[in-house]
Design a binder for this molecule. Structure first.
Ligand code: XMP
Length: 205
């Protein structure tokens, strides 16, 4: 299968006209992508992906934990049988900045000869998606594609790109819609930029 060209290109998001809800305005400086805009784009992504995999048995592999909201909204649009599994990956924070990954949850499904779609929250340096793709490719799937809600191309340190991209965002630390800072903000229905006082001077995430 060739990557789809039917998905309209992702738009670079710089600011939303929507106001940050009062309950979050102490912590969130700017609302980047509103909830309706996310819903509309994810619905479009789901429609194109469903067309691309028409008649094929799809295995969705999602990365924990940041994909939870995106994944739930995406796959509820797929009106065909699919299998799904979750993979847990985190980068070693303590001793090294080498970008090595630690698997906190392994896959249960056998991917051999399956059409696999990897779902992640955000593509930044690309190290995570690159490493996960390489790991899954060892199982010899029939096809292997990737889908991300957000893409931060200015952070890229690998040649890894995603096949389906929701939005392109500036090189800022974003939270909400599954994305966290210190395990907070995952529940926000929008994507926003944190105020610097939340992570403290000199300790930007
Ligand atoms: P890489 O750099 O490997 O990053 O492409 C992928 C993972 O890093 C996390 N990440 C972020 N998390 N706001 C977040 O909440 C961000 O702006 C951000 N940038 C990267 C995320 O877990 C992602 O899967």
């Amino acid at each position: 299968m060739n990557p789809s060209s039917r998905l309209s290109p992702p738009v670079l998001v710089s600011r939303s006209r929507a106001r940050v809800p009062a309950a979050y305005s102490d912590d969130i400086e700017q609302l980047l992508i509103s909830a309706p805009r996310i819903r509309s784009r994810v619905t479009e992504m789901a429609r194109v992906i469903a067309e691309d995999y028409h008649g094929k048995r799809l295995v969705v592999v999602a990365l924990l934990n940041g994909t939870i909201l995106f994944l739930a909204y995406l796959i509820r649009h797929f009106e065909f049988p699919l299998s799904m599994d979750l993979i847990g990956v985190s980068s070693y924070r303590g001793g090294t900045s080498s970008g090595e990954l630690e698997y906190t949850k392994r896959l249960k499904l056998d991917l051999r000869d399956q059409h696999v779609l990897v779902v992640d929250d955000i593509l930044d340096t690309g190290k995570t998606l690159c490493a996960v793709k390489a790991e899954l490719a060892r199982q010899h799937p029939a096809s292997l594609r990737t889908c991300v809600l957000l893409d931060k191309p200015d952070g890229r340190k690998t040649d890894c790109e995603a096949d389906y991209v929701g939005f392109i965002v500036p090189h800022l630390f974003v939270v909400g819609y599954g994305l966290d800072y210190d395990e907070r903000y995952r529940n926000l229905p929008f994507v926003g930029v944190l105020r610097p006082h939340v992570y403290g001077p000199g300790s930007a995430p």
